[in-house]
Ligand binder design. Structure first.
Ligand code: ADP
Length: 612
């Protein structure tokens, strides 16, 4: 019973989500349920009237009844067809909505949570299971069928109760007494209770068996999902597969999982067929008993032949509605179970609460940032990669962050941009802990070009303007500043040219050209603090130093930060901090640090041969 409650809690939550997305979907489905029932019962009543009129020789009335029957059937059928037309693309829409919900959740997550491998796994698993077992539209259809079945049962039972209440004509002896209201009720009650008890037993037995089979299968699903989504067409593992000759092994592993999957579906079919057989048997016994009751009423003169057809129709409806209720519920249970992962994913909480203070908009760019004794370890890792970092960023200064690879420079920037939160200590903006600020507003003050800057298979203008609206003049200015004006002018559709061939027939660009567009994106944002985190790693040291200096001139008057493992790139900066093993070990100007003869000077000398 508790399981049933949790299944429907999930189901109703999903229905509410569908309703929030499109408030017309559920009411229209309810209308569809009502129309289909109206069609059935109008048919039953009008046919009964028609038969009675024909038997009584009232041909005018019979003709009238036939016209009404035809009209009602046509009208209700037409209304249903119109509704169905509206549902035509619902399956695709629901499928898309489901995919979008998953991704909206990803956007709402901290960057830190996004990096967790289980997030990607949960998304893939949710998508695959919903593709296999049915998604939101299937869930909605099952609920509609369940509602249709319940209403059908109520309507048919009330008709049969009415049948039981009819009184036979007098003087028929035993038949007359058996057809009286009380014995009829007794007979119907025995049939109903017997059928419900048998159906419920069969339902619980088969549902438990089905769930047992279903739950035993999820491991196979996960393996298949991994193989199909992460292995075959993943270019990163493609290299390894080819070099180490893994093709045969992977195909065999997939075939093995497919065999297990097939065995599972066959088992599922067997249980479903057995459940159908049991239900058919129970409802056949019920139908025979119920027909006998209706026939008894006719023989006893309690109802007409026309009414007999109506009651027999109602009894048929009752049997099939009970059957549908049980089987639809079983299917619904399965869908809700597969949706557990999806809902658990939506419920995943961000590890850190977001603040709400707005960030003061300052035309003078006076944003003062400070690290106060900050230490940091990546989630799931033991080692502190930043240790007791104490640092105040000079407003409108040019700061260089240098150090060997792995010293913690990028981590320092990621913390500054609030992609992660310090494990210890705090970072402040104008004296207030950055956690207290609204995240989006806080990030607006940074324009960053990361080492692994990414462009999208979108038009050029979307890549440059990003989330800050299209203003062509400003886009061209940013492109010119980043030395990419000529590149875009030579493209066939200018700013509207698509990049890459993955979506539209876009243009392919080189790594250096992509880097220029990424620089233009940072310039377009016009943020008061700009950061270059080694986007130039592919360039030689001299070329990198030139790009850095040129960028330094472009953002003159703003606070800027330059990261590099090459000492020469940052010589033009006012202040240099040197990272080593997650700590700031030296700080000062180039001259000061060089004269001090410490870590910086040693690295400078070691790299000097490349600058000549
Ligand atoms: P740098 O920018 O100076 O080359 P990073 O800040 O990228 O150094 O890395 C500092 C340390 O943190 C390295 O040991 C690196 O392996 C580790 N690290 C970087 N990113 C992650 C991550 N996402 N999860 C766990 N460890 C990481």
């Amino acid at each position: 019973m508790r399981e049933l409650k949790s299944i429907h809690k999930m189901g109703i939550r999903l229905l509410k989500m569908i309703h929030r997305e499109d408030s017309s979907v559920i009411p229209l489905h309810l209308l569809d349920v009502c129309l289909s029932l109206a069609q059935i019962y109008a048919g039953l009543f009008l046919t009964a009237g028609l038969i009675d009129a024909l038997l009584a020789g009232a041909y005018r009335e019979a003709a009238w009844q036939a016209v009404v029957l035809l009209g009602a059937t046509l009208l209700l059928g037409l209304a249903q067809r119109l509704l169905q037309r509206r549902f035509k693309s619902l399956g695709t829409r629901m499928w898309l909505i489901f995919y979008v919900w998953l991704r909206e959740k990803v956007f709402a997550m901290d960057y830190e949570s996004m990096e967790k491998p289980e997030v990607a796994e949960k998304i893939l698993f949710s998508e695959r299971t919903s593709d296999m077992y049915g998604g939101l539209d299937t869930l909605l259809n099952h609920y509609c069928n369940i509602l249709r079945a319940i209403l059908n049962i109520l309507l048919s039972v009330s008709l049969v109760v009415h049948l039981c209440l009819t009184r036979p004509a007098g003087g028929l002896g035993l038949v007359g007494s058996l057809a009286g209201p009380i014995p009829s009720f007794g007979l119907f009650a025995v049939l109903l209770v017997g059928m419900c008890a048998c159906s419920f037993r069969a339902f619980t037995k088969f549902a438990a068996r089905q769930m047992e089979i279903f739950n035993s299968h999820t491991g196979v699903e996960e393996k298949l999902t991994y193989l199909l989504n992460n292995v075959y067409d993943n270019e990163k593992v493609g290299k390894i597969i080819r070099i180490y000759g893994m093709e045969e092994m992977i195909l065999e592993n997939t075939a093995q999982e497919e065999r297990e999957s097939r065995a599972y579906f066959e088992k599922r079919c067997d249980v479903r067929n057995a459940a159908n057989d049991a239900n058919n048997l129970v409802s056949s016994v019920f139908a025979v008993g119920a027909y006998l009751l209706a026939a008894l009423k006719v023989v006893a003169g309690a109802v007409t032949v026309g009414a007999f057809t109506r009651y027999v129709g109602a009894l048929n409806q009752f049997g099939s509605a009970c059957f549908s209720l049980i089987s639809e519920h079983g299917e619904l249970q399965k869908i809700c179970t597969t949706m557990t992962d999806f809902l658990a994913f939506l419920d995943m909480e961000n590890p850190h609460a977001s603040g709400s203070i707005p960030v003061e908009k300052r035309d003078d760019g006076e944003y003062e940032l400070a690290f106060e004794n900050v230490s940091f370890r990546y989630p799931g890792s033991e080692e502190m990669v930043l240790k007791n970092v104490d640092f105040r960023l000079r407003i409108k200064g040019k700061l260089a962050v240098v150090g060997k690879n792995g010293a913690g420079k990028t981590t320092f920037i990621k913390l500054l941009c609030r992609l992660y939160e310090p494990t210890e200590g705090r970072i402040t903006l104008n004296g207030t802990d950055i956690r207290k600020y609204d995240e989006e507003e806080y990030r607006r003050i940074f324009g960053v070009v990361f080492q692994d800057f990414k462009l999208f298979a979108f038009p050029v203008w979307e890549n440059v303007a990003a989330g800050y609206g299209r203003e062509d003049e400003r886009i061209w200015k940013a492109l010119e500043q980043a030395d990419a004006g000529g590149l875009v002018r030579n493209m066939e559709n200018g700013l509207d040219t698509w990049l890459y061939k993955s979506v539209e027939d876009g243009v392919e660009i080189s790594g250096g050209e992509a880097q220029k567009l990424a620089l233009a994106r940072a310039l377009y944002k016009d943020a008061p603090i700009v950061i270059l985190d080694e986007p130039t790693a592919a360039l030689d040291p001299k070329a990198e130093a030139e790009v850095y200096e040129r960028f330094g001139q472009l953002v003159e008057g703003r606070t800027s930060i330059y990261i590099s493992h090459r000492m020469s790139s940052c010589r033009f900066c006012d202040e240099i901090i040197v990272f080593q093993d997650g700590q700031i070990v030296e700080r000062g100007s180039h001259e000061e640090l060089f004269a001090a003869g410490g870590c910086y000077a040693q690295m400078w000398n070691a790299q000097a041969k490349y600058y000549a």
